[in-house]
Design a protein around this ligand. Structure first.
Ligand code: SAM
Length: 306
């Protein structure tokens, strides 16, 4: 029992990495059971538009290295610093076959400087990290501070909004993710924690606003394909080229924050263009034929309990 009376292994955002650590051995098997998991990571990494030789990149919350592999595919030959708060997840990542320019560092995002990790980076990928953080906006500010001027951040993460988005999240979670987490990962409690947290965290639009308030420029969002479509998105932003000397961008962000909430389909958020003809579009534009039904908080009938 902890000092505040909570059971010491209760999952909380500040300690979620420990839950990942306890179940690290099953993580790769679990994500292999999610169709498109690795391909979608590569899509997000490629949307960063990384080009040129000798880039220095950061994969924060790298886990067992799936996102590290995606970054290297998007920018072969780059130097990649891959960081995770869980020593057990990192141990699995380290056992894989990596080029010499990849280094793994055991640290939380919050203590990177103490671990000797400093910017500037030419790009950062944060895959399934931000939705795990105690305060997403503070985390995003830390990431902004680690980027070179003009360099991109890709947040690859869950975000669900509106009755349709939440309903799809419920269907996919109870129909697939939670049973797989139980069978392949041995982490039912962590998967249910993630289910509740994503459900309550706000949709893609909220994440875009968080990134803008944190100081990112040109923030755009685009979902991925397959089972994760409309649930997982690439949120792209970049560190502004010029410092905000006269506070113009800060004022624009403050004004945007005061705007009344917009209808999901009238976001004005520009999707990135790299998606091509199969681009599934913006998360809230769930086509009618894919609407999974009512906004359920309980598992859809017939789905296994986990
Ligand atoms: C769902 S895993 C994602 C792993 C990998 N990025 C991927 O795409 O497969 C989330 C990872 O974030 C790590 N994590 C959670 N909070 C963190 C923090 N504050 N700082 C660094 N890593 C953190 C966890 O330990 C876990 O390995």
């Amino acid at each position: 029992m902890s000092a505040d009376g909570r059971p010491s292994d209760e999952i909380r955002p500040a300690t979620v990495h420990r839950a990942y650590g306890r179940a690290a051995g099953g993580f790769d098997g679990y994500v292999r059971a999610i169709p498109g998991y690795h391909a979608n990571l590569r899509v997000s990494a490629s949307r960063m538009g990384l080009s040129g030789a000798g880039l220095r990149l950061l994969d924060v919350g790298c886990g067992t290295g799936a996102s590290t592999e995606a970054l290297l595919t998007a920018a072969p030959g780059s130097e990649v610093v891959a960081v995770d708060a869980s020593a057990e997840m990192l141990a699995i990542a380290r056992r894989k076959n990596w080029p010499p320019r990849v280094t793994f560092v055991h640290s939380r995002l919050e203590t990177l400087a103490e671990a000797g990790v400093e910017g500037p980076f030419d790009g950062i990928l944060a895959s399934y990290l931000v939705s795990n953080l105690p305060d997403a906006e503070i985390g995003l500010r830390r990431l902004l501070g680690l980027l070179a001027d003009g360099a991109p951040l890709a947040v690859h993460d869950y975000a669900v909004a509106g009755p349709r988005g939440r309903s799809r999240w419920t269907s996919v979670s109870w129909g697939w993710l939670l049973p797989m987490a139980s069978m392949r990962w041995g982490a039912s409690e962590l998967a249910r924690f993630r289910y509740r947290r994503v459900r309550g965290a706000g949709g893609p639009e909220s994440m875009v606003h968080r990134m803008e308030r944190a100081g990112f420029a040109d923030v755009r969002v685009q979902t991925v394909g397959g089972l994760q479509q409309y649930l997982v998105h690439t949120f792209l932003g970049r560190r502004p080229d010029e410092p905000d000397v006269v506070g113009e961008r800060a004022r624009a962000r403050a004004e945007a924050a005061q705007e009344p909430p917009r209808e999901p389909d009238a976001t004005g958020i520009e999707p990135v263009e790299e998606g091509g003809p199969d681009d599934p579009g913006y998360a809230d534009e769930l086509p009618e034929d894919q609407d999974p039904g009512d906004d359920e908080t309980t598992p859809p009938e017939g789905t296994p309990r986990v």
